[in-house]
Design a protein around this ligand. Sequence first.
Ligand code: ZN
Length: 242
Amino acid sequence: MAEYTPEQLDLLLALQDTDSRIRRLEHQRETLPEQQQLEQAEARIDEIVRQQDDLRLDLDKASAEQRQLERETDVLTERRDAERLRLYDGTVTNAREMKSVEAEVESTNRRISEQEDLLLESLEQVEGLEARIAALEAEATAERERAAELTVARDEAAQSILAELAEAGVLRDQQAAELPDDLMERYDAVVRRTGGVAVGLLESNTCTACRIGLSMADVGDLLAGPPLTTCPECRRLLVVPA
Ligand SMILES: [Zn+2]
């Protein structure tokens, strides 16, 4: 196993710090609170649009019903007016016939009155639906404004993270270029295995990568061994300070 200088091992630990920082930044970028809030706002907007579509179908039905009731009421009103006219235009002279026409007028008036009650209910239903659609529209407008603000905030936050990531990437390249190739190969191999931290430092009796306390015997062996070895617990690279 090649021996490395203390400077190279310090640089290896610094590279590890940089990579950990890059991973934290990437995680931050993926889980920005603004992004999550934005997704919630967009989901609410979709929900409102669906509710409005349903209400508009109900409104179409209620409006058609209203128009039908209006047409029926008009027909009844015309009939009633025609019946009334017969009472006064002299066509009905016979008292019995007169009474029968009067009864017809009364009966038609009752039906008109019933029809008008139904029409009023129908109008109230239409107005209620229109009010609910308008309230949802107001909510959608507010939610769309919020989504626009969150998009700006998300992009700003992402931008500062991207700037930090670019800076860390430059530093990472410098550090990697200064390390011996075989050491980088060993480092990269552990990264591929763990998907994360590849090197720890022995601090008192603990590996900083896995945080598992080592036995006195293990620590004794490590201190007597090379400055770069493998953690007996997590098998990552372990820097043993002189
Ligand atoms: Zn360890």
